[in-house]
Design a binder for this molecule. Structure first.
Ligand code: SF4
Ligand code: SF4
Length: 185
């Protein structure tokens, strides 16, 4: 068997699942480390994108889905632009988050999915983001009241200046936005 054919052979169900979901060929990664070297949040991750891809190649589903990496990834796409094999790692991270949510796994960064879900539920309901509602829901539900107290005076200042409306309102066409959410299921 040719080297390339051997490299492209998929013999891990988890690798196949992530490839299909992300529409990437993760087995093309040869671990040059360029993605992790450019990732702005790799310092806060358990492994970094390059090692996450390696673990997917090995079929280490549990370790990958339990890692902080999939929730800390900011989808900035720096890694994909640096990859010599044009692997879109941001899409891979998205696919991993979807699989973790579908499988109901507890997440290491539990406040990140909470933030995502609150953000999306507000946009679904109002047709746009309402920051005051997001913060009003996020702080008590995350029980993360004191980690960044500097946000409170900044938020109050923005409300007083009229940059953030205090009360939420639905935009014209918000029904259409809600239908998009329902269609995308
Ligand atoms: S830049 Fe691409 S080939 Fe290099 S380690 Fe990252 S994913 Fe693999
Ligand atoms: S998309 Fe995610 S993994 Fe890639 S560089 Fe940005 S934060 Fe890092």
């Amino acid at each position: 068997m040719e080297l390339r054919e051997r490299a492209l052979k998929v013999d891990s169900p988890f690798l196949e699942m992530v490839n299909q979901r992300s529409r990437q060929l993760i087995q093309l990664c040869y671990h040059c480390h360029k993605c992790t070297a450019g990732c702005p949040v790799a310092f806060a991750m358990d492994y970094g994108p390059d090692r996450v891809l390696r673990m997917i190649q090995f079929g280490w589903k549990e370790q990958v889905l339990n890692s902080s990496d999939i929730w800390i990834c900011a989808s900035c796409e720096t890694c994909g632009t640096r990859c010599p094999n044009e692997i879109d790692i941001a899409r891979v991270m998205d696919a991993l988050r979807q699989i973790a949510v579908e499988e109901g796994l507890p997440t290491k960064e539990r406040n990140v999915p909470l933030f995502h879900n609150l953000f999306l539920s507000i946009v679904k309901r109002l047709g746009r983001m309402h920051e005051a509602s997001l913060m009003g829901l996020y702080f008590p539900l995350s029980r993360d009241l004191f980690s960044d107290l500097s946000i409170i005076p900044k938020g109050v200042k923005m409300i007083l200046k009229g940059k953030i409306p205090l009360l939420p309102h639905r935009i014209k066409g918000s029904d259409e936005v809600e239908k998009i959410f329902e269609r995308s299921g």
